[in-house]
Design a protein around this ligand. Structure first.
Ligand code: AMP
Ligand code: MG
Length: 478
């Protein structure tokens, strides 16, 4: 099925541990992403073969399974980590020559499992499948989900749950935490080899720059800023932006306690373990800067032999973050209200809108849809009434643009999703799927494939129950 290569295994052997996935009792293929399989050029094979390989029961040809070592700052604290419940089968080379990690998640213990069981629950893996594929359809760089295989085994959490294994596909699983591991490990040779590997694999263009380590820092910063701006465009809250969950390739990944915001409130946080709101919606920018500072620390010895000089170059680069982020954010928010080339004054217009949304508890997604879609059902009449003076200002502003309202609407349609995975629907779908009924899950998954298209028939998915969200919490490591 795969065309595996194993370049990661040429790294110093501290960087990984060879380990086979655990075998499972009754593998049953519950979800398979045919379109993704086709795009990856995977050879067709029957379901039982797929279930055997993507549950860990049969090691595919040319696979040398291993777990990656990494470290990370978790809620601000440094820890040695590593794949505790994930095992890489190998790097699949697609027909265009592109390289993709194929990883099993929930496939048993590894040397990095610490006290964990290495397993994953069916509900958590279905959730990751749904949200990651929704993110991809929204046009946001993300890990992809190839399959969910039920294991037929029990997993013990707060309650007894069904077990499952997810197959995850990513350009690379190298993270800020992998650099932290290599730097912490001490031997400069390990860090240097790992750094060169990363550049060659992910950003070969940086090889010929004057200072590749500094160029990598800049590149990753840009990618992360871009990514978080994209999250904010659609109301996504990652929930656990620890440095071990920040990918160097700029892909969203590790969908644990993530969720989409409904009612606009910049302080929104759903994760049960984020008591202080460290990873709240509006904090995602400053946390990204913090994470990039941690990344910079790992690169110091590679930036310059003179430590003082290296630190000053790194600090200079990190300090560019705010300005860069603000510019990207303004462009994104302006596009959400149909302005392609924002001016400084547009910031006030945007802020006023956000304030009104917050005061009137308006839905983040539906506000933007309601602005351009005349007959879109308005479920918060009080908000739309209060918005009238702002709408007048906004219309005047749009009239001053070259393309007027038609161009504004066409831009708004491109950047404002109509359908997002709303917590209430996600939970209902998972509840039923856990009971063996995949109907709603598949309907939701399907609807999320075309998030920018308004479809009357899917009206039920556009609304939410604010009471449900108020008490909604997501859980990590399940
Ligand atoms: P996460 O919060 O999912 O990014 O995971 C943080 C760390 O905990 C990683 O090193 C994971 O591999 C590890 N981990 C999470 N769940 C489990 C589990 N059930 N068994 C072993 N390790 C786990
Ligand atoms: Mg993680």
């Amino acid at each position: 099925m795969f065309h595996f290569d194993n370049s990661y295994l040429q790294l110093p052997d501290k960087c990984y541990s060879k380990v086979n996935p655990a075998t499972v009792k009754h593998p049953e293929l519950l979800l398979f992403n045919h379109k993704l399989a086709e795009d990856l050029g995977l050879n067709k094979t029957d379901d039982s073969e797929i279930a055997a390989m993507l549950s860990g029961n049969r090691i595919p040809e040319n696979s040398i399974p291993f777990a990656q070592a990494y470290a990370g700052h978790q809620f601000g604290h440094f820890n040695m980590l590593g794949d505790g419940r994930a095992i890489l089968l190998g790097e699949h080379i697609d027909p265009q020559g592109k390289r993709f990690d194929i990883q099993l998640k929930g496939s048993g213990q590894t040397p990095y499992s610490r006290r964990g069981d290495g397993k994953a629950t069916l509900k958590a893996m279905l959730r990751e499948y749904l949200i990651s594929e929704a993110m991809y359809a929204l046009g946001i760089p993300s890990s992809r989900s190839l399959s969910v295989v039920k294991t037929g085994e029990a997993v013990f959490r707060d309650s007894v749950q069904q077990g499952a294994v997810l197959a995850r596909v990513m350009k690379s699983h190298i993270r800020v935490g992998t650099f932290e591991f290599a730097a912490f490990y001490g031997a400069k040779e390990v860090l240097k080899t790992f750094f060169e590997y990363t550049i060659n694999r992910i950003y070969p263009d940086l090889k010929n720059t004057e200072n590749p380590a500094l160029a990598l820092l800049e590149k990753v910063m840009q990618q992360q800023a871009e990514l978080v701006v994209n999250w904010m465009r659609v109301g996504f809250i990652h929930g656990v932006m620890n440095t071990d969950n920040v990918s160097i390739s700029g892909e969203t990944f590790d969908y644990g306690p993530c969720a989409f915001m409904n009612v606009y409130d910049p302080k929104t946080v759903f994760s049960s373990i984020d008591e202080e709101g460290r990873y709240a919606f509006e904090n995602q920018a400053v946390i990204t800067k913090w994470n990039m500072a941690k990344f910079a620390e790992t690169l110091i010895t590679l930036i310059d032999e003179d430590e003082k000089k290296a630190v000053s170059l790194a600090v200079e680069q990190i300090n560019r973050f705010e300005k860069m982020f603000r510019a990207k954010w303004l462009t994104m928010m302006a596009a959400k209200i149909g302005i392609e080339q924002p001016e400084q004054d547009d910031l006030d217009l945007i802020k006023e809108l956000l304030e009104l949304m917050q005061v009137h508890k308006a839905d983040y997604t539906n506000t933007f849809t309601g602005l351009y879609l005349q007959d879109f059902p308005k479920d918060n009449p009080e908000f739309w009434e209060a918005l009238l003076p702002w709408k007048k200002q906004w219309t005047d502003r749009i009239q001053k643009t070259a393309g007027r309202m038609p161009a504004a609407i066409s831009l708004m349609k491109k950047v404002n999703p109509v359908i997002i995975p709303r917590n209430i629907h996600v939970e209902r779908a998972l509840f039923l799927a856990d009971k063996g009924d995949m109907t709603l899950f598949n309907e939701l998954l399907n609807a999320l494939q075309k998030p920018y298209t308004y479809n009357e028939a899917l009206k039920d998915l556009l609304f939410f129950d604010a009471d449900f969200d108020e008490n909604y919490q997501t859980f990590c490591g399940t």
